[in-house]
Design a protein around this ligand. Structure first.
Ligand SMILES: Cc1cc2nc3c(=O)[nH]c(=O)nc-3n(C[C@H](O)[C@H](O)[C@H](O)COP(=O)(O)OP(=O)(O)OC[C@H]3O[C@@H](n4cnc5c(N)ncnc54)[C@H](O)[C@@H]3O)c2cc1C
Ligand SMILES: *[C@@H]1O[C@H](CO)[C@@H](O)[C@H](O)[C@H]1NC(C)=O
Ligand SMILES: *[C@@H]1O[C@H](CO)[C@@H](O)[C@H](O)[C@H]1NC(C)=O
Ligand SMILES: *[C@@H]1O[C@H](CO)[C@@H](O)[C@H](O)[C@H]1NC(C)=O
Ligand SMILES: *[C@@H]1O[C@H](CO)[C@@H](O)[C@H](O)[C@H]1NC(C)=O
Ligand SMILES: *[C@@H]1O[C@H](CO)[C@@H](O)[C@H](O)[C@H]1NC(C)=O
Length: 517
């Protein structure tokens, strides 16, 4: 009760004062405000004994955990919605921005670090991760701090026969993933994760909690694919669950260059996006070989029939089939081992062993066999890079480009993700390799603009600049049209409607567009 009175007071104050200047704030008033509004143990300042371990808890990439990394002033670890409201209200009032972290998988670490020196706080949602399932209605409310693995596990246990379409790595956070789309093995049948969001609750820049009805159509449109970190803090998502059969079939088929990998990948480009929606085949191009990895929503016999009529060139055989439940398939895709326990989906511990840099593209016209002959040799200049090709088409391709912020729909054959790996010393070689390959690919991929996927965040494609206290629209447009195409302007107008003062801001947040509406 005390909390809500204080909250009402803060709300009255902050709504009528202009946003204070940010960068120079030392944070003293902010920390005092937090300690007055939140239980002490939920606020970890830099000198708190657990600050380091909590900060590290969901960092995926060791390059964002160095002495040079710009760290937050403090980490707030809310256990209920009022704590999130309080953090935002204290931040607005005292001129300290918050960055929200759900699973911490952002490729540029923007949920917990800043590129430039800046006083900011992290609101870490890891303790807000309930999943409430309504099996009769085939829906669930999932809190942002849950991982997709926790969601998969909860759904399959509570409602056998139901599932949720999302990414292939179990430790991805729901908050960032659903904010930016969600590419996965069932998107050809059911669309992106964000295409299956039917309601949400969000804390806005005025500290209010809004839902689908109170937030308005533009904001509800924007948070389903417009990227995290721009519009507010989404607390919880209501999602549509989707039916899956009791048995699904998985295969991994490896083809070396000598076994015809180049021809098979060339053919795959037009076959995969046109397959029946129950079948998804993605490709991982590795040194001198291609791995075809597939999930089929049905049994082995039916899959064999489909493969022999649609993609005989792959030479799939009965021995390639691995029949299992859908839940097992979400484990198997990463472990390749049917004995890996389902409970590994609940493991939130991440390993910090490999440095990586990723980039992305979309392909709308199949790349010729001659070009693939030139692409494959890029993978023997280094043993440390791969590309992952994710087929589109089906449901993900049939939603209109403007219906959601994700614009890579009609006519898209597949997404490319470039991944460079290195250990402590190989950074220059690996980053030169990935940027060289990215330049080489330019004539072969989507253009005007060259597309990119916001959940594979890449600061090389553009970073915001701030003019007159707010992010400039023109600087945002550079990277924004790559992620969002023609939807970028509507995202910026929406940002102008809900956060004209640009409180929720980072190196690649959507800028507010107010004047040009
Ligand atoms: C190993 C690995 C595998 C991946 N596999 C896939 C895949 O198969 N398919 C796919 O589509 N993507 C995949 N991704 C990318 C992933 O979808 C994105 O990185 C996603 O944004 C991560 O969400 P998060 O909550 O873990 O990240 P965070 O780092 O917590 O957040 C990402 C961004 O969203 C913001 N944000 C976080 N929570 C909220 C919230 N509650 N409200 C508003 N904004 C928020 C953050 O501030 C940040 O800007 C993968 C990433 C990794 C590291
Ligand atoms: C949130 O937690 C606080 C204690 O920190 C409690 O006073 C408050 O009632 C809780 N709010 C809700 C909505 O549960
Ligand atoms: C790049 O992608 C790979 C494969 O999905 C992932 O393991 C890695 O963590 C990503 N890189 C970053 C910087 O997160
Ligand atoms: C496989 O699935 C088909 C339907 O797609 C069904 O007719 C057939 O009986 C199933 N076979 C087995 C062995 O379960
Ligand atoms: C959880 O994952 C981490 C990192 O991958 C691993 O080291 C650890 O052994 C796993 N824990 C369990 C209980 O499986
Ligand atoms: C890559 O390997 C293939 C076969 O192993 C070889 O023919 C080719 O010259 C190599 N390319 C480069 C760039 O090293």
């Amino acid at each position: 009760m005390a909390i809500s009175t204080r909250m009402a007071l803060l709300l009255t104050v902050c709504c009528f004062v202009p946003v204070p200047s940010f960068a120079s704030s030392g944070g003293g008033g902010f920390l005092q405000c937090l300690s007055a509004s939140l239980p002490r143990e939920l606020v970890l300042s830099q000198d708190s004994p657990s600050f380091g371990s909590v900060l590290l808890s969901s960092i995926r990439n060791p390059k964002f955990s160095t002495p040079a990394t710009v760290r937050p002033l403090c980490i707030v670890t809310p256990t209920n919605a009022s704590h999130v409201q309080a953090a935002v209200l204290c931040g607005v009032r005292h001129g300290v921005r918050v960055r929200v972290r759900s699973g911490g998988h952002d490729y540029e670490g923007l949920s917990y670090r800043s590129e430039r020196p800046e006083a900011f706080a992290v609101v870490d949602l890891a303790r807000l991760r309930a999943v409430r399932i309504d099996s009769a209605a085939a829906t669930a409310w999932v809190d942002s701090g849950a991982t997709v693995g926790e969601l998969y596990y909860a759904v399959a246990k509570a409602a056998p026969g139901l599932a949720f379409p999302a990414g292939v790595c179990a430790s991805i956070g729901v908050g960032g993933h659903l904010s930016g789309g969600g590419i996965g093995m069932m998107m050809r049948k059911y669309g992106l994760s964000s295409d299956n969001v039917i309601d949400a609750t969000i804390v806005d820049a005025r500290g209010r909690i809004l839902d689908k009805d109170s937030m308005g159509d533009d904001l509800f449109w924007a948070i389903r694919g417009g990227g995290g970190g721009s519009f507010g803090i989404v607390l919880s998502w209501k999602v549509r669950l989707v039916p899956v059969p009791p048995t699904v079939t998985f295969f991994n088929i490896q083809k070396t260059v000598d076994q015809g990998a180049v021809k098979a990948v060339t053919r795959w480009q037009t076959v995969a996006p046109a397959l029946p929606e129950d079948l998804s085949i993605r490709v991982i191009v590795q040194p001198r070989q291609a791995l075809f990895q597939s999930l089929y929503l049905g049994n082995c016999s039916a899959l064999l029939r489909t493969m022999s009529s649609e993609f005989p060139e792959l030479g799939m055989m009965r021995a390639d089939c691995r029949e299992m439940t859908w839940l097992q398939s979400t484990v198997y895709i990463n472990s390749g081992d049917l004995k890996t326990p389902l409970e590994s989906l609940l493991n939130r511990t991440t390993s910090l062993s490999t440095f990586t840099k990723n980039k992305s593209d979309y392909v709308k016209e199949a790349i010729t066999e001659d070009s693939w002959e030139e692409i494959f040799p890029w993978f023997n200049r280094t043993s440390a890079g791969i590309i992952i090709l994710e087929p589109h088409g089906g449901r993900v391709g049939s939603i209109a480009d403007a219906d959601t912020p994700y614009p890579h729909r009609s006519g898209v054959l597949y997404n490319i993700q470039y991944v460079a790996f290195w250990t402590r010393s190989g950074a220059t070689d690996a980053t030169n390799w990935i940027s060289g390959l990215y330049d080489f690919m330019e004539p072969l991929v989507s253009k005007d603009p060259r597309g990119a996927y916001v959940n594979y965040r890449d600061l090389d494609i553009g970073e915001n600049t701030v003019v007159g206290g707010v992010t400039s629209y023109d600087s945002g447009k550079v990277w924004g049209e790559k992620y969002f195409g023609g939807n970028f302007e509507r995202l910026a107008i929406t940002k102008g409607e809900v956060d004209a003062g640009d409180y929720f801001r980072n190196e690649q947040s959507v800028p507010p567009l107010v004047s040009r509406k």
